[in-house]
Design a binder for this molecule. Structure first.
Ligand code: AMP
Ligand code: ZN
Length: 461
């Protein structure tokens, strides 16, 4: 798979995150089905916007690009996005791009103009095949300010002559830098070769970016197929308008992480099929948090029952069979949903159905049966296919290490409080509960023992 990654001049926003989470989900499902996946995702670390941003901030354009590559990895980790097999950077592949541009000129598909190089779209008869557009219509719609020197208004830059103060590389056409589209041709051919399986990105890339990538690559390869399947996620919008850095209507993942964990953001994004538009709504994030907590609670409560039991009992009980049947059905339904164009939204609904069967069984004072073990295992396994860790709470917005430590400390504290209650020192037990409440941690005493959660309403949390 090759996925067009971010332009690194800013923290990525939740619209970019939709693309990242969607293709990570697709990759994870392909892995679950037993495929080997080579996943290439580039960084566009040289570009007009990076240069402009660096100039405004009085920074070096290259340093700015590298800084936001580092920031990318931090936020991607919070969203539980697997690192790509390769994360090639445009700035490290300029030589490869120059080689391809030379090949295109030699084939008569590109031409030089005072230090710039353009692709001649009329020389590629299939131009428009991905987006369903044709050259005549495109030309008719082209804007007047188009560079007069070009042979056709739709011809696009492969190489741009250096302007003063901009980063540049030496080339056969003089100092300059590559155009945007050529980087994906160079990097996908280098790491995957021609005819790879899936090429992905957001729907905004269909035209002109992916159309131009096809013209370059298939032109360069004398008509060989570039990518077998093209997949595009729909936009994340704000009041029906595409969220984008240039419009300024965006929320960065970094900002949202102050209020919600990365896993909750991920859950929210996967709750809608990737080809359906999704309008940003922070209340839906709160709902996603509650929904994810429900799944995590099911796993935790099942664990409490299973961990207490010395061995599994009532293996052939009707209750056990209900659970193991539900586990089997869930697995089949989950795969059916995902096999139908990666319907993660339906796949999430399958997880809820299974969690409901587990919860009903637990309410009936479930015993530790093989059925419960199976249902709990399938719930956790399928959750992980979508990139969710159902064994831990999604509430913590802190780093993983701290939340793990909190889990451990709370387990100790609840054990001590349990002993105090056994000794019927209610006053001390209540003091612990009330003090924790003031600190934003709520304790609930249940027949299965005490549980805790972080309260969003009261306390300091
Ligand atoms: P950019 O940093 O703008 O080059 O975008 C990086 C990736 O995010 C590309 O694959 C875009 O198609 C995708 N993308 C950008 N904005 C959105 C959005 N609002 N919704 C979904 N995907 C987006
Ligand atoms: Zn690309």
């Amino acid at each position: 798979m090759y996925v067009c990654g971010p332009t690194t001049y800013h923290y990525f926003h939740i619209g970019n995150a939709r693309m990242l989470v969607v293709f990570d989900m697709i990759r994870r499902y392909l892995l679950y089905k037993g495929n080997e996946v080579q996943f290439v995702q580039n960084f566009t670390d040289v570009d007009d916007k990076i240069i402009q941003r660096a100039q405004e901030a009085g920074k070096d354009a290259h340093d700015l690009g590298q800084q936001f590559i580092q920031e990318y990895f931090e936020d991607a980790k919070a969203l539980n996005i697997l690192p790509a097999t390769v994360h090639p950077k445009a700035t490290e592949h300029v030589e490869d791009m120059i080689g391809i541009i030379q090949g295109l000129i030699a084939k008569g598909l590109a031409y030089q103009l005072d230090g710039d190089v353009y692709y001649a779209v009329t020389k590629f008869p299939a131009y428009g095949k991905l987006s369903g557009r044709n050259l005549e219509d495109l030309q008719a719609g082209a804007r007047v300010e188009i560079d007069e020197r070009k042979k056709n208004p739709m011809d696009f830059a492969l190489w741009k002559k250096a302007k003063p103060g901009e980063p540049f590389w030496d080339s056969p056409w003089g100092a300059g830098r590559p155009g945007w589209h050529i980087e994906c041709t160079a990097m996908s051919l280098k790491y995957l070769g021609p005819g790879f399986d899936i090429h992905g990105g957001g729907a905004d890339l269909i035209f002109p970016h992916h159309e131009n990538e096809i013209a370059q690559t298939e032109g360069y390869l004398d008509g060989q197929t570039f990518a077998c399947y093209w997949m595009h996620n729909a936009f994340l919008t704000v009041q029906q308008e595409k969220m984008s850095k240039s419009l300024g209507n965006f929320f960065t993942v970094r900002e949202i992480l102050e209020h919600f964990s990365g896993e909750v953001i991920r859950f929210y994004l996967l709750g809608t099929h990737y080809r359906s538009p999704l309008d940003f709504d922070s209340e839906k994030l709160t709902m996603a948090q509650k929904a994810l907590e429900r799944l995590q609670t099911s796993v935790r409560l099942a664990d409490e029952v299973l961990q207490k039991a010395e061995n599994l009992t009532a293996e052939n009980s009707p209750e056990s069979r209900i659970l193991s049947d539900a586990a089997q059905v869930a697995k089949a339904d989950f795969e059916k949903a995902m096999d139908d164009d990666f319907n993660s939204s339906l796949a999430c609904a399958v997880l809820f159905n299974l969690a409901k069967v587990i919860n009903t069984s637990l309410q009936n004072e479930a015993e530790a049966t093989t059925g419960l073990t199976a249902a709990r295992a399938v719930l956790q396994e399928l959750g992980a296919v979508l990139g969710f860790d159902l064994e831990h709470s999604a509430l913590a917005t802190d780093n993983d290490e701290n939340s793990q430590r909190l889990d451990e400390v709370m387990a100790i504290l609840l054990q001590v409080r349990g002993r105090i209650r056994q000794k019927k020192d209610w006053e001390l037990a209540d003091l612990i509960r009330d003090s924790l409440k003031d600190a934003g941690i709520v304790i609930e005493d249940t027949p299965q023992g005490a549980r805790w959660k972080i309260s969003r309403e009261g306390g300091r949390a």
